[in-house]
Ligand binder design. Structure first.
Ligand code: SF4
Ligand code: SF4
Length: 140
């Protein structure tokens, strides 16, 4: 997920171990995937955040997550001018993750081999001839 980091994959290996070009570049993206309504953390993700901030597990759980339906550790979110709401750890000016080394497993894995939003973003920037255009969509 976004900036110099969130998912800064320039290439990835397919299941056969071959290097193939990734179809997205998070460094050029305003971080759409960080605005997903539900970012579920595992217990070990909460512990990683606790260690990163020098907190105990319970303090980190309360500060950074909340229960959301069946998910006991859903990432807390905050207001964002482009997408409505976004992960509490996202820098809404620099458009990047502020806890890259301590980010949850789901953020490390996403999006795998391709990103539909990035394709959409590049198409919009091309048609509008504006390399900084942010294709907004509301994720509240
Ligand atoms: S929406 Fe796609 S390109 Fe943008 S930060 Fe997420 S994975 Fe990267
Ligand atoms: S921790 Fe938040 S800001 Fe960082 S990559 Fe994950 S969703 Fe994005």
């Amino acid at each position: 997920m976004a900036g110099w980091g969130v998912h800064a994959n320039e290439a990835y290996s397919d299941s056969g171990g071959y290097k193939v070009a990734a179809s997205y570049n998070c460094a050029k993206c305003p971080g759409y995937c960080c605005s997903y309504p539900l970012i579920p953390l595992k217990k070990r993700d909460v512990q990683r955040l606790a260690d990163h901030f020098g907190l105990d597990f319970e303090a980190a759980r309360k500060k950074f997550t909340k229960r959301d339906g069946e998910e006991p550790f859903a990432m807390r979110r905050k207001a964002d001018p482009h997408f409505g709401k976004i992960c509490r750890f996202f820098d809404t000016e620099k458009r990047r993750c502020t806890i890259y080394n301590a980010r949850p497993a789901i953020c490390r894995d996403y999006p795998g081999g391709g990103c539909g939003y990035y394709t959409f973003l590049m198409s919009e920037r091309s048609s509008q001839q504006d390399p900084t255009h942010v294709a907004s969509t509301w994720n509240v």
